[in-house]
Write a protein that binds this ligand. Structure first.
Ligand SMILES: Cc1ncc(COP(=O)(O)O)c(C=O)c1O
Length: 366
């Protein structure tokens, strides 16, 4: 069976380097708030683009929470998010006391700029864009709307490391951006990890204070903070993966390009890439006429598939209970969730495996 993803492949690619770094950190005797995290923060910010700063935190959800809090988003504020995004984005908004307001996606699965203004109220403070599946969102119209309504712009880049819009990497368009280094991500660690990125050094300083018990120096706590630090072992291992980022993304693009060229089944709709938007193929998502039948067919052909995600976040029990959402509230999103299927995409697939997947897709008859 070809898996949807197999993390050990990514480890094996640079196994010697990872093992050497792990031993180096273990033997150093310094495991939290040390030189590995500082070096990773600098290297990650530098690779993203000039003039930005980074604070390493413990995961992507907490990056959203801390970043929004550091930007003064809180109780009584509304933050616009996309209805088909991942629930962690909404939880980050809710954890800092604000309310997520849902807007439907466009045909590229990204936040639909044309629908944002209808969701703006006098409580709206911000738009939080999630660049989903590895594709950058078309930012120009969203930036204009934010300027017009005086809204702060944030980016959830948990799925979009180094995906660019008109040549600028995602994460550099707004007030702050939030990254996850969960193991499956294009820049994934070997445990949990995350980061807040901003061109505002004061905001990054506030995140650094909040992540470390609210302290600005040892045993001096100026804010009611948290323990949300990126540890040395993860940071060290992430530095290795970051140093191979270009070849890893190139390999994903190779797999995606073969899928795009070789899949020709009329019952399967291939993902579209918007003009000006780079895709780094965190996930390769197709639309099937019949999701269940297609997935069963792929399983018969020894290809695992998945759905990201079958139940949209606003229909999860916790969200229904809190906000009273029900089926039919966001029909575009529900239609997407009922038809999308994730094909295998991982750090490395052999040419035979890619061919096996495309043959399996092409042999589906519905
Ligand atoms: C879009 C999005 N936002 C936030 C997160 C949360 O990141 P983490 O799992 O590191 O908390 C994830 C993924 O897991 C994600 O896909």
């Amino acid at each position: 069976m070809i898996p949807v993803n197999e993390l050990a492949r990514g480890f094996r690619l640079y196994q010697d380097e990872y093992e050497q770094k792990a031993l180096e950190v273990l033997r150093s005797g310094w495991y939290v708030l040390g030189k590995e995290m500082t070096a990773f923060e600098e290297e990650f910010a530098q690779k993203l683009g000039s003039g930005c700063y980074c604070a390493g935190v413990d995961n992507g959800l907490d990056a959203i929470w801390l970043g929004l809090q550091a930007a003064q988003i809180g109780e009584g504020d509304e933050v616009i998010v996309q209805a088909n995004g991942y629930i962690a984005t909404m939880l980050g908004v809710m954890n800092c006391g604000a309310t997520p307001v849902f807007v439907e996606p466009d045909e590229y699965f990204q936040l639909d700029a044309a629908r944002i203004e209808a969701a703006v109220t006098d409580r709206t403070k911000a738009v939080l864009v999630t660049h989903l599946y590895g594709q950058a969102t078309r930012m120009d119209p969203i930036i204009k709307i934010c300027e017009k309504h005086d809204l702060q712009l944030f980016e959830d880049c948990a799925q979009s490391h180094f995906a660019a819009y008109r040549g600028t990497n995602t994460g550099l368009f707004g007030k702050a951006s939030f990254f996850s280094f969960y193991p499956t991500k294009n820049l994934g660690g070997f445990g949990d990890g995350g980061a807040v990125v901003s061109t505002d050094p004061d905001l990054i300083d506030r995140v650094k204070i909040l992540r470390n018990y609210g302290s600005d120096r040892r045993y001096h706590n100026i804010a009611v903070g948290y323990n949300m630090r990126l540890d040395e072992l993860q940071a060290g291992l992430l530095r290795i993966r970051l140093s191979h980022m270009d070849e890893l993304i190139a390999n994903r693009r190779h797999i995606a390009n073969r899928y795009l060229k070789e899949i020709y089944n009329p019952k399967i709709t291939l993902p579209a890439v918007a003009e000006g938007c780079d895709h780094t193929w965190y996930q390769f998502i197709v639309r099937a006429d019949d999701q269940t039948a297609f997935m069963a067919h792929m399983k018969d052909k020894d290809v695992a598939t998945d759905i990201s995600w079958q139940v949209p976040p606003y229909l999860q029990p916790c969200m229904r209970e809190k906000f009273g959402f029900s089926e039919g509230d966001f029909p575009v999103t529900e239609d997407i969730c009922a038809h999308i299927v994730t094909l295998p995409m991982m750090e490395y697939m052999s040419e035979e495996e890619i061919g096996h997947v495309t043959d399996a897709v092409n042999s589906y008859e519905g």
